[in-house]
Design a protein around this ligand. Structure first.
Ligand code: TUI
Length: 308
């Protein structure tokens, strides 16, 4: 399937694997790219030299295009922005902020820049600053989220900009893919479905929590701190939400979450750790390779969209 996004990036399928912090390391990114989509390394809160190493390892596993996601709240974001240029990365996605200050650096180096936006206003601002496409991410997503739903955000962003739009949030099968195309998107980004990919190195306990999740098993913590995060309900979310309701300070809440994503992803502590996942986790029921995931979605979508 050809869209402006597949043409822009030189990929076979208009499917991005979300650059999830701690989760999207080089094995997953390389496998997603090898399968014909766009694999993305999630720089998350990692140091710049760690990201450099991940980029080099990805290149050893694939010659296909791949990207790096820069989480803009990372104190090392400036250094990571530089590493991306030094290592010749072709595609950057950004999250949790406005990447405006890196535009000149990246565009001069020929990097394709694709920020995540959670509003029409930011999408328009990003288009004016010269980005190549935007990812319109709805509140159904896991992790750090905005407030608009995918169903409402995607068509409004599509109407507001003329660059290509990638839909994200709540998409995990051919129906979600086809629906996104109907809303005017030219590619999709998925995180939750790739969390349980065979090539995804997230701890087995984490995978099992995603596979067992039902439709309403996620909670949003951090509404009061300005950093809302969607994650699967557990002891950690119950304590957090209780403290938040009782008016805990930012410091107290931060203390509870500090390092908690790593705890779940790496140590497999799904009781006290943060299990970020989207609302669509309830529909994600099997572990498959990235290739199986991409091919299944494209075949379902082509049937629905009645295209070859
Ligand atoms: O970035 C994400 N998802 C993430 S980042 C992350 S790491 C983390 N860990 C602990 C606490 C917080 C984060 C986990 N998940 N998605 C992309 C995304 N970007 N979603 C929403 C936004 C966003 C929201 C507001 C982007 C820009 C924005 O406004 C920018 C501005 O300054 O106007």
């Amino acid at each position: 399937m050809k869209t402006r996004v597949t043409e822009l990036l030189g990929i076979q399928y208009p499917i991005f694997q979300g650059g999830m912090a701690w989760v999207a390391e080089y094995h997953l990114a390389a496998a997603a790219s090898e399968a014909g989509g766009l694999g993305i390394i999630g720089a998350g809160g990692a140091p710049a030299e760690f990201v450099r190493d991940q980029i080099r390892k990805t290149k050893e596993l694939t010659d296909k295009p791949f990207g790096v996601n820069v989480m803009l709240m990372n104190p090392e974001a400036d250094a990571i922005a530089q590493v991306i240029v030094e290592e010749g990365v072709k595609v950057v996605t950004t999250g949790a902020g406005n990447p405006g200050k890196y535009m000149k650096l990246w565009k001069e180096a020929g990097v394709k820049v694709i920020p995540v936006v959670a509003s029409v206003a930011l999408a328009k601002m990003m288009e004016r600053s010269g980005v190549d496409a935007v990812i319109a991410e709805g509140t159904e997503s896991g992790g750090h989220i905005g407030s608009a739903t995918t169903m409402t955000l995607v068509p409004q962003v599509v109407d507001a900009v003329s660059i290509p739009v990638i839909a994200a949030g709540g998409i995990a099968d051919g129906r979600g893919f086809a629906a996104s195309m109907m809303l005017g998107a030219e590619a999709v980004q998925m995180g939750t479905r790739f969390l349980v990919a065979k090539e995804c190195v997230v701890h087995e306990n984490y995978k099992q929590k995603v596979l067992a999740a039902k439709d309403i098993d996620s909670e949003v913590t951090g509404m009061s701190t300005g950093h809302p995060v969607r994650q699967i309900r557990n002891k950690m979310t119950r304590e957090y939400l209780k403290m938040e309701k009782e008016g805990a300070t930012l410091d107290e809440l931060e203390h509870l979450t500090l390092g908690s994503l790593r705890k779940a992803v790496v140590d497999g502590d799904v009781v006290e750790g943060t299990i970020m996942a989207g609302q669509i986790a309830g529909m994600v029921k099997k572990e498959q390779t990235c290739r199986e995931i991409m091919e299944e979605i494209m075949s379902e979508a082509k049937g629905l969209l009645k295209i070859q």
